[in-house]
Design a binder for this molecule. Structure first.
Ligand SMILES: NC(=O)c1ccc[n+]([C@@H]2O[C@H](COP(=O)([O-])OP(=O)(O)OC[C@H]3O[C@@H](n4cnc5c(N)ncnc54)[C@H](OP(=O)(O)O)[C@@H]3O)[C@@H](O)[C@H]2O)c1
Length: 361
């Protein structure tokens, strides 16, 4: 496409997920890039890919932990020193944390999260917005979340940070309305990135339905480019969440979100495996007993055959009962039942017709 050759977009959090997809869109459109994050090795590799795939002219990688004090100021200083003008700023870098606030979550992680999601984003916006206003040109995209507009038990601090991002961004939309600088908030629903793993929330029900980060990034990019105040990717369903968030009482929303943030029911693989083992063993018992009965039946007189048929029927019932009890007791009982019946069947095979009490017992 190369519609914006010569302009530069700065993207935080471009090393993975939504940020990486956004970076790709800028590269495809001919932007030069400044990629900021902790994983400079990943960002370097990404830079190589963009250069060879899209012919990106200039890519600057700045290795920075944005949870550290004045990290944003340091990034800004480095960019100034290199003489780069930032035409588009994307504040994507962000983390979450799962757990009950009072008892589960770690304060150091929460502090770092607030620093990254709130302080760094705010300071980056302050520093680059000032220059954009001086030129009366520029665009900013801030990563909020659908959780920005709902209380979210079990991710209380994260949702709080995203509520801040959304509110802050909408306030600036108003402050900037008479300028050529625009600011946009992106509010994705749960998206298929590494976010939930890193937040220890990978087994929550909310992860049952994850959106495609490519779709999310494209929706954000389009809204940013057209200067919209916000974007809620994912069609009518997600937009209806927004309507509900404004209409429903906060307590109701909190209950709804508590349910969505709760853990998925544990799968029961062991039980399922045990049941199939039980069926397998039960089948084995029937086969062994069947062989034994057949051998015994062949080697006997007519009178004994009659008795044998009666006893064999009883034995079948006993085996069937054994199988039922095997299935009931699943693990422990099955091993005992198997051993007992196997011994009896082996006895039968060696003793011929002498089956009476043994098999029925
Ligand atoms: N996934 C979702 O369901 C979802 C929904 C709504 C909003 N969001 C928001 O979307 C944004 C992107 O998240 P994602 O889903 O794409 O998750 P992700 O794949 O985990 O990406 C997070 C990005 O943030 C960077 N980052 C994390 N800590 C950093 C730090 N201290 N300093 C600098 N960079 C840091 C990471 O890079 P390094 O670790 O390499 O530094 C990574 O590039 C976040 O703001 C998140 O809150 C996500």
């Amino acid at each position: 496409m190369n519609t914006e050759t010569g302009k530069t977009a700065l993207i935080t959090g471009a090393s993975s997920g939504i940020g990486q997809e956004l970076a790709k869109l800028f590269a495809q459109d001919g932007y030069n890039l400044v990629l900021v994050g902790r994983s400079d090795d990943k960002l370097d590799r990404l830079a190589d890919v963009f250069k060879s795939n899209y012919g990106t002219q200039q890519i600057t990688v700045i290795s920075k932990n944005l949870s550290e004090e004045d990290a944003a100021q340091d990034v800004y200083n480095q960019i100034k020193a290199k003489g780069i003008t930032i035409n588009v700023l994307v504040n994507d870098a962000g983390v979450g944390l799962y757990g009950l606030f009072a008892t589960d979550t770690d304060w150091e992680r929460e502090k770092a999260m607030i620093h990254l999601n709130v302080l760094a984003l705010t300071q980056m916006t302050k520093l680059f917005l000032y220059d954009m206003l001086a030129r009366n040109e520029g665009k900013i995209l801030n990563l909020a979340s659908l959780l920005s507009i709902t209380p979210t038990p079990l991710m209380a601090v994260y949702a709080g940070t995203k509520a801040y991002v959304y509110n802050f961004t909408q306030s600036l939309v108003n402050e900037l309305k008479d300028t050529n600088v625009t600011i946009t908030a992106l509010l994705p629903n749960a998206t298929d990135t590494d976010f939930f793993n890193k937040a220890n929330a990978e087994n929550t029900k909310i992860t049952d339905e994850l959106q495609d980060p490519v779709m999310v990034a494209q929706a954000g990019y389009d809204a940013l480019m057209s200067g919209k105040s916000k974007a809620i990717p994912g069609g009518l369903k997600n937009k209806s969440y927004e309507v509900m968030a404004y209409l429903a009482p906060q307590e109701t929303l909190a209950s709804l979100m508590r349910e969505k943030m709760s853990q998925k029911p544990e799968p029961e693989p062991e039980k399922e495996a045990s049941v199939s083992v039980a069926w397998g063993i039960g089948f084995g018992i029937a086969v062994i007993a069947g062989i034994a009965l057949t051998i015994g039946y062949k080697n006997t007189s007519d009178f004994q055959k009659a008795r044998y048929r009666y006893k064999a029927k009883s034995a079948g019932n006993a085996l069937s009962n054994t199988l039922s009890s095997v299935l009931d007791t699943v693990v422990n009982g099955v091993v005992d039942a198997y051993q007992n019946t196997k011994e009896k069947a082996e006895k039968l095979a060696t003793k011929g017709v002498d089956i009476e009490e043994d098999v029925v017992a």
